[in-house]
Design a protein around this ligand. Structure first.
Ligand SMILES: Cc1cc2nc3c(=O)[nH]c(=O)nc-3n(C[C@H](O)[C@H](O)[C@H](O)COP(=O)(O)OP(=O)(O)OC[C@H]3O[C@@H](n4cnc5c(N)ncnc54)[C@H](O)[C@@H]3O)c2cc1C
Length: 311
């Protein structure tokens, strides 16, 4: 379709995590012609989460896959159109928004950006070479490959703690390496980690290098307090050292903070009229499914108002 006829929508949503699926549910149900563009799995980060215990409505918890499936089904029930493409550029021509993917271009009156975040890389020798060969960023995706193995988890936030707990199902032992002397994660996860018989903690330490042949064999660790460097045989390294927003394709178009999070007002409106942002990709304090869902609903209602006033 590139260069030729462009399909026209009232609203285009980029990203199909909880924020995008909620925005899509609201706009489709309001009879706005909506296209959702998602290059991965619908459900976003939820699809890589084993059990979600803090999303209301599921007293016993719900698996990430099941919650994704339910949100998808509900959004599609009202006619949401979804395509599996990757957005590379957004242009604004007057009130029109042109969204370019690797396959084609789409046109809309309004845009809701729900692109979430991705894992930050550690940036040490061996990380890139051994990605998928012992280095992983997703325990639910790769944990089962490490049956009875020595596993290392890097990080001290919620993702690191929940993933370490999940990995105890497979590994012989799970060691959490954290560069500080206290964890950042939620207290309930900290309690579970501290009392788990398979989990050890290595404080004030960072990975300096990941080594191996065709697969990971060992890691080199540096104690940041003493400077001591040691090498340890291991089978798998799971890295959870923070997140970066997936907003590069919007740089220069909408206002962002220094980390690339999109700045919005309380209604999800960005610095460009008719472009809204929702979920983890916007600057905010709490990045959770419940807040992503709330953002998605808010941005969708703001979009509806924007389109009404425009006409
Ligand atoms: C391991 C882990 C465990 C978690 N556990 C919990 C928990 O227990 N409870 C909780 O509330 N929260 C949890 N979270 C956080 C929660 O998953 C996120 O806050 C939430 O998914 C954010 O939703 P979102 O829609 O903003 O973004 P995401 O879920 O990140 O979805 C964004 C989507 O946009 C797509 N996308 C990005 N860029 C493009 C592009 N250019 N073109 C097309 N598509 C694009 C991505 O493929 C992705 O599917 C967890 C997160 C992780 C990683």
């Amino acid at each position: 379709m590139e260069g030729g006829e462009k399909r026209v929508y009232d609203v285009i949503i980029i990203g199909g995590g909880p924020a995008g699926l909620t925005a899509g549910l609201y706009t489709s149900r309001s009879r706005l012609k909506t296209l959702l563009i998602e290059n991965g799995l619908l459900g976003g980060q939820m699809t890589t989460t084993e059990v979600i215990e803090n999303y209301p409505g599921f007293p016993e918890g719900v698996t990430g896959d099941e919650l994704s499936r339910l949100m998808e089904e509900q959004a599609k029930r009202f006619g949401l159109e979804v395509i599996p493409e990757y957005v590379v550029e957004v242009k604004v021509e007057g009130a029109k928004k042109i969204v370019k993917t690797e396959e084609g271009s789409y046109l809309s009156q309004a845009l809701i950006v729900c692109t979430g975040t991705e894992y930050r890389k550690l940036g040490v020798p061996g990380e890139k070479e051994f990605a998928g060969k012992g280095v992983s960023y997703c325990a639910t995706c790769d944990g089962a490959f490490f049956q009875d193995n020595q596993i290392v988890v890097v990080g001290g936030g919620d993702s690191a703690l929940t993933e370490a707990l999940y990995l105890t199902k497979f590994g012989k032992a799970v060691t959490i390496i954290h560069r500080r002397d206290a964890l950042r994660g939620t207290k309930i996860y900290q309690e579970r980690v501290f009392t788990h018989p398979k989990i050890n903690l290595l404080w004030n330490s960072v990975i300096q290098e990941i080594k191996g042949d065709s697969i990971v064999k060992s890691i080199v660790i540096r104690n940041v307090k003493t400077g001591e460097v040691t090498e340890h045989p291991i089978d798998g390294v799971f890295l959870f050292v923070g997140l970066s927003p997936k907003t590069q394709f919007l740089r220069g178009l909408v206002d962002m903070d220094e980390e690339g999070y999109i700045i919005t007002d309380g209604n999800g409106q960005t610095s460009v009229k008719g472009i809204f942002a929702a979920g983890d990709c916007r600057r905010k304090l709490v990045r959770q499914i419940a807040t992503a869902v709330g953002d998605g609903a808010t941005a969708a209602c703001s979009t509806e108002k924007y389109l009404e006033l425009k006409e």
